[in-house]
Design a protein around this ligand. Structure first.
Ligand SMILES: Nc1nc2c(ncn2[C@@H]2O[C@H](COP(=O)(O)OP(=O)(O)OP(=O)(O)O)[C@@H](O)[C@H]2O)c(=O)[nH]1
Ligand SMILES: [Mg+2]
Length: 288
């Protein structure tokens, strides 16, 4: 597991605790994408914990900080309901890694859990998006339900579910377009797909999964807010985790929005998807 820049800075800070300690720590946390609100809350708790003993050795400080960061971190595996058709609706803005993540998820559930999978090409906004999904489908040996470019994405999802149910397929994973004209358009389009999907598949067999690009920092928090508000988000997959020097956005999102993380993308290949590991993540974040 990679080490973040935050970890190195924290090690230096903990090695030489001085009067500026809390200010410096706050700066480091904010720089690491933890966000000002969460950083301030963590500093407050840390002050409270340390007050009294006056002893600030490195191990104790990093132990307390790890506990504080972990206390708001939500990690939850993505589990499918047995004996029914599940739907994962994949959300995210343009270019975050949605289509690649869909191929990775399909491969994961097929190989690791022996599930049958159908991909639904509901990013009908541009022809290349459908072609890209079809190409991934061929590579990993999974069928892709498609209609003509420009088709109604809700209809693609509806018909893909019908086809999957007829074939007793365990899982439909639907791609969606992130490239919308504006926020209102995005929200309207997603609302429509969500209503159709929710009418066809009920309860926790239908999950809305948001893909975020780990390299976009605080912007990822704003994206999560928009999708959460639009149709709700059940789980987040953090793509491009291999390409970021910061990881604090996970803590910020967990803490502000309470959405759990399920997987992280760690490369461009289909095998490069790993279940989100809480301990590994916290250790790599604070550099222990
Ligand atoms: N390093 C790295 N690259 C990734 C990862 N996931 C996706 N990518 C790359 O990110 C780029 C965009 O990925 P796509 O899957 O096409 O993203 P998208 O969200 O479907 O994009 P649009 O359909 O254009 O909105 C591609 O070059 C992928 O190879 C990851 O976990 N790590
Ligand atoms: Mg795509």
């Amino acid at each position: 597991m990679r080490k973040f820049a935050l970890g190195g800075k924290l090690r230096n800070l903990f090695g030489a605790v001085n009067v500026e300690f809390y200010d410096e720590l706050e700066d480091i946390l904010i720089e690491g994408d933890i966000g000002p609100v969460t950083a301030a809350r963590i500093i407050e708790s840390l002050r409270g914990e340390i007050r009294g003993t006056g002893k600030k050795d490195r191990d104790r400080l990093s132990g307390i900080l790890k506990f504080q960061l972990g206390s708001t971190l939500r990690v939850e595996p993505l589990s499918l309901i047995e004996n029914t058709t599940n739907l994962l609706l994949i959300l995210g803005v343009n270019g975050v890694g949605k289509t690649t993540t869909i191929a990775k998820l399909a491969n994961f559930f097929r190989r690791q859990q022996g599930k049958t999978v159908l991909l639904a090409a509901a990013d009908t906004f541009r022809a290349a998006a459908v072609d890209q999904l079809v190409l991934w489908g061929k590579r990993i040996g999974v069928n892709v339900f498609r209609k003509d470019p420009g088709a109604d994405p809700g209809a693609v999802v509806y018909e893909a579910i019908s086809s999957a149910e007829a074939n007793r397929t365990d899982l439909v994973i639907a791609d969606t377009a992130g490239r919308m004209h504006n926020k209102a358009h995005l929200v309207r389009e997603l609302g429509k797909i969500n209503r159709i999907a929710g009418n066809r598949i009920s309860g926790s067999a239908y999950k809305k999964i948001l893909v975020l690009d780990a390299t976009t920092g605080q912007n990822a928090l704003r994206q999560a807010e928009v999708f959460q508000e639009a149709i709700g988000v059940d789980s987040i997959i953090l793509a491009k985790y291999d390409s970021t020097a910061k990881g604090g956005i996970v803590v910020a999102i967990s803490s502000d929005l309470g959405i759990p993380f399920s997987f992280m993308g760690v490369g461009e290949k289909v095998e490069d998807l790993v279940p989100f590991d809480r301990e590994l993540y916290l250790n790599s974040l604070i550099g222990s």
